[in-house]
Design a protein around this ligand. Structure first.
Ligand code: GLA
Length: 388
């Protein structure tokens, strides 16, 4: 049975009704890390790992949640949306809260959350739950939300209910992803362009450290604050500057003490935005080799200047660095664990996974899981009457 059929069957068993099912994918990001909340650019794509939510309406004002992953039920009251801190239900209830704040009328509903985006692996599983929920509730209650509105609702849910001051990349990608394309997104204007990502002869391989990152635990928010501190200093000399997007290395050098942490954070972001723009040029010329070299540089910056890597991520990048079948590799996402993203020659993928798994176990004593990511469509609603 496929996932959807299993989910539909489970929903029928629990709620004796056919659900509306929505799929929202996880994401990869080729380059452009920690640039979204600095109003820069990102280059992500939606992947074939996704969250599925199944929903129907209830007659009362309750939200009845069930998550397969945790084998756990949680019941919330729409008139009093309180929830335990750091609980998975927050990703759903955060969206509900945003809808209520915007005066959208919704009544109680049942929801089952399922899917195969690994949690804490840097593939944006939380954004996928939020996007799937926003999409499903918009359809179920005929709210008529646009994709961009749903993205903003999902992002606010993460920021307010979950407490992570995230940028817009994860939600935007889950919603706007396009098969076989990466999205070059301007995080200031929300203008975007799809670039075909030709995967002939190459694969995108995600190597998962098995270290679950916990971004909400302050470090991410601290980085964001440090960037804002940098902007405030630069503004004293350059009042037109609104974000690091408007800053050059020369401006940084002129305004911020070079040995400071804030300088390092800002330097990484300014360089990363430039790297991404140059990388888009590489992709347009189909020059994956040069693109890959930039990915290694991104990792270096994330490790030394932005300091969001960890020992295990560094080991994984080091292990593949001298392998000629690996064109580029770096840690992906917020950091402190999760995956590396690797661009690998297709005929070498199996051997690479095998060798890296063994070497990683030798060096860390831990298991390595690997995924070959395929670029897929963004969120969509699936038929209400899939035959079982
Ligand atoms: C997390 C956040 C994103 C982005 C990345 C780092 O995934 O949710 O908004 O900032 O980290 O690029």
């Amino acid at each position: 049975m496929c996932d959807i059929e299993r989910l539909q069957k489970l929903f029928r068993q629990m709620h004796h009704d056919d659900p509306l099912i929505v799929r929202a994918p996880g994401r990869i990001n080729l380059i452009g890390e920690h640039t979204d909340y600095n109003n820069g650019f990102v280059l992500p794509a939606a992947i074939d790992k996704a969250i599925y939510v199944a929903v129907n309406k209830r007659a009362d004002n309750k939200v009845y949640l069930y998550a397969e992953e945790f084998n756990e039920t949680f019941i919330a009251d729409l008139d009093n949306l309180r929830q335990p801190k750091f609980h998975w239900s927050g990703y759903v209830l955060g969206v509900v809260e945003q809808l209520q704040k915007r005066n959208f009328l919704i009544s109680g509903f049942n929801i089952i959350v399922d899917g195969d985006v690994p949690v804490g692996a840097g593939m944006a599983s939380s954004a996928a739950i939020e996007c799937a929920t926003a999409y499903a509730l918009s359809e179920l209650f005929e709210l008529g939300l646009s994709k961009l509105e749903m993205v903003k609702i999902a992002q606010k849910a993460e920021q307010e209910f979950v407490g992570l001051q995230c940028g817009i990349m994860d939600m935007f990608t889950s919603m706007f992803g396009k098969k076989d394309h990466v999205i070059c997104l301007d995080c200031r204007s929300y203008e975007y362009e799809y670039f075909p990502f030709k995967q002939d002869g190459i694969k995108i391989v995600l190597l998962n450290t098995s270290i679950k990152h916990s971004l909400a635990s302050s470090e991410y928010n601290t980085r964001r604050k440090q960037c804002e501190e940098g902007v405030a200093i630069i503004q004293q000399q350059y009042p037109h500057v609104q974000s690091l997007r408007d800053v050059t290395v020369e401006m940084l050098n002129a305004c911020i003490e070079k040995k400071s942490v804030v300088y390092n954070r800002c330097r990484f972001v300014v360089e990363e935005i430039d790297r991404l723009l140059a990388g888009c040029g590489d992709l347009q010329h189909n020059d994956i080799k040069t693109f890959g070299k930039r990915m290694f540089k991104t990792h270096d910056g994330l490790r030394k200047l932005y300091e969001v890597s960890c020992k295990e991520l560094d080991i994984l990048v080091e292990l593949v660095k001298t392998n000629t079948a690996v064109l580029g590799a770096r840690m992906m996402g917020g950091g402190f664990g999760g995956c590396t993203i690797n661009i690998v020659k297709e005929d070498a993928v199996e051997e690479l996974i095998y060798d890296t798994r063994n070497a990683y176990r030798d060096k860390t004593g831990m298991n390595l899981s690997a995924y070959v990511a395929v670029i897929e469509e963004g969120a969509k609603s699936l038929s209400r009457h899939v035959s079982v």
